[in-house]
Ligand binder design. Sequence first.
Ligand code: GLN
Length: 281
Amino acid sequence: MTTVLDTIDKGTRYLESRGIEDARRNMQMLVAHQLGLNRIELYMQFDRPMQEDELAPLRDMLKKRGQRVPLQHLLGRVEFFNREFICDSRGLIPRPETEELVELILKENLPAECDVLDLGTGSGVLGLTLAAELAEKCHQLTCADISPDALALAGENAAELELDGVEFIHTDLFDQLAGRRFHLIAANLPYVEETDRPSLTPEVMHDPELALFSGADGLDLLRRFCKEARNYLHPGGIVALEIGHRQGPALESLLLAEGFTNVRVHKDMSGIARFPIAHID
Ligand code: GLN
């Protein structure tokens, strides 16, 4: 007889042998997922025997994880700001840093009826979380992306969160947004430098290319964004961005050059200048 605990032990050893970091946590999450349990429920059932029809799909997931398929893709879900989102290869896997961006935005002085644009929405985590947190204060959320697949994923996430009235726009940055104005534009645009490509983990390479890279210095899209953003903001509007670890000074100058005021680049938990927030008068 194989118990839940035997399965976890054996799977952990397998994942460790494949060089997976945090092997035990990965394995526990996969077993919990397979059995439809949460983490606490799993601990309560360590002695429970596992049936072959439960083990077979688990072996399949384990093999994929050993081949460096991201855990989040195998679980099909990810937690972000205390909510669950569908997660698959159609959109970037939400990162914990982006939760910090949400927190910073919620501290800003936003108008009572806020029109929000999430540009490069991917899975929708940023915009949808803001809409959920701002509740009545969010008058309209617009999620925009160049990838139709990402927009479909964001749409599914909006439906799961029961967020009605979200607008989805297929566009390359602001191209299809002529004449529109927002109070807040939040964007976690692709910012990885081409030169960083060799240092990315195999897991990261499962994210869509389009969601990661942005030219030699990673700033192609952010440069375009800074040049165009003010035309899509109401007076007093705010931009809030996430950027790469070497890009703080560049973003500060780009935003100042385009007439933004109160330009601040907030640090993330690791002390990296990561989140530029700026206003337009
Ligand atoms: N806005 C999404 C996120 O923050 C997607 C970002 C992206 O694809 N670069 O996770």
